[in-house]
Design a protein around this ligand. Sequence first.
Ligand code: NAG
Ligand code: NAG
Ligand code: NAG
Ligand code: NAG
Ligand code: NAG
Length: 401
Amino acid sequence: MLPLVFTVLILCSCFLNDGSCDLYDELRELKTEFDISLYQQLAELENRTNLIVAPASVALSLGLLQFGAQGNTFTQLENALGYNIHDPRVQEFLHAEYEDMTNSSQGPVVQLACALFVQAGGHLSPCFIDHMALWANSSLQKTNFSEPNRTASQINEWLTSNTEGGEADCIYLDTVDSPLNQMAVVSTMYFKSIWQEKFSFKDTQFLPFTTAEGITLEVPTMYQMAEVNYGQFHAPSLEQLSVVELPYLGERVSMFVVLPNDRRTSLSLLESHLSSNVITLWANSLKRMKMDVFLPRFRIQSRFDLKVVLPALGITDMFDPTKADFKGISDQGSLYISEAIHKAKIEVTEKGTKASGATAMVLLKRSRSPIFKADRPFLFFLRHTNTGSVLFIGRVTNPSE
Ligand SMILES: *[C@@H]1O[C@H](CO)[C@@H](O)[C@H](O)[C@H]1NC(C)=O
Ligand SMILES: *[C@@H]1O[C@H](CO)[C@@H](O)[C@H](O)[C@H]1NC(C)=O
Ligand SMILES: *[C@@H]1O[C@H](CO)[C@@H](O)[C@H](O)[C@H]1NC(C)=O
Ligand SMILES: *[C@@H]1O[C@H](CO)[C@@H](O)[C@H](O)[C@H]1NC(C)=O
Ligand SMILES: *[C@@H]1O[C@H](CO)[C@@H](O)[C@H](O)[C@H]1NC(C)=O
């Protein structure tokens, strides 16, 4: 977590240098630190399963809440995110990043949405409503928290319709004493693109994948021989690991696959080692080479209850009816967040579209190229080439799940 002091320091040094230092670079680093901390907390909670999170989408929904937050509720959000949303330069930066991320003119389709469910009939600050209208594809949904089941189905419907082809969702809300003061914040992100260098369907075959528990599964594994960016790294207290970069069409976004060289190296060790600097180092020191690349097909949809995770990042007051301060959203009653849900989805196949049909077994030609074979648990992240921003981060522990 990056303290407020750090942000203040950065802003000050920018003034000292007459604005010549790149504020955007500093904000990007803070943003990536948040992205990684969030992932690390989630990964610790669910340490054995496949997972995916879109930190950008979570950060945007928290940014929206920061607009309406005051007092300690505001400070906690500021400390966790690393910036003050009322700073016009921060808004400019986030807006530019959002535009860049969701610009589908060159291939990838990134769909990101955020909704704030509020009690129908309550009075909301017009200023907040104006901010919301301009804020990264977010919407205000009126609901009636006195009817938790209807509210739950409204949220479920919203979640399902905002992750293309997503499975139906099912969340339940508890009946709470003071329905009038609740708010629910929901964020989603979905990514769809095709590879710059497609894998060929006919080269996909069932190959062994060994899980952390030592179980060997046969899973559809894609193959191609391609010029890719590749590197081997050795971090202190870690075994050697390999990183390969697979660009999506247009090369605006790449998937980085991070694979421990030794199957027995636990992913949690690798996860605890992640940082903004490590990711930048990996991305900047890969070398282009011809390789045989093997990657299992996978499809992951994760839904997280952020009430469980955000407190670990220091965000607690907004969930507490007695402490939450959202006077910037409404000065009537004391609003607090009763639900905070995030859902992300990704599907990795030969083309980038849903794969179907049986796969042919082919005998692969023996080549002399080095091999990158993801036949054991690995981490991956999708990164914007220009800005370095992390769209998704996740892990595959079992591709057939
Ligand atoms: C996963 O979490 C459980 C419970 O917190 C812990 O006992 C176990 O060691 C963890 N596994 C790994 C691989 O970190
Ligand atoms: C999207 O990207 C293209 C090409 O880089 C650019 O010309 C266009 O202005 C961008 N659109 C938006 C809305 O930023
Ligand atoms: C914005 O949200 C709507 C629905 O809420 C969705 O259809 C659309 O694709 C989203 N746009 C972007 C750029 O994510
Ligand atoms: C919300 O639901 C309760 C219980 O069904 C009902 O009494 C109340 O009128 C509803 N409020 C609104 C604003 O619809
Ligand atoms: C709400 O849903 C729960 C769980 O499905 C159910 O037990 C309960 O009876 C429902 N309440 C109402 C008022 O329909």
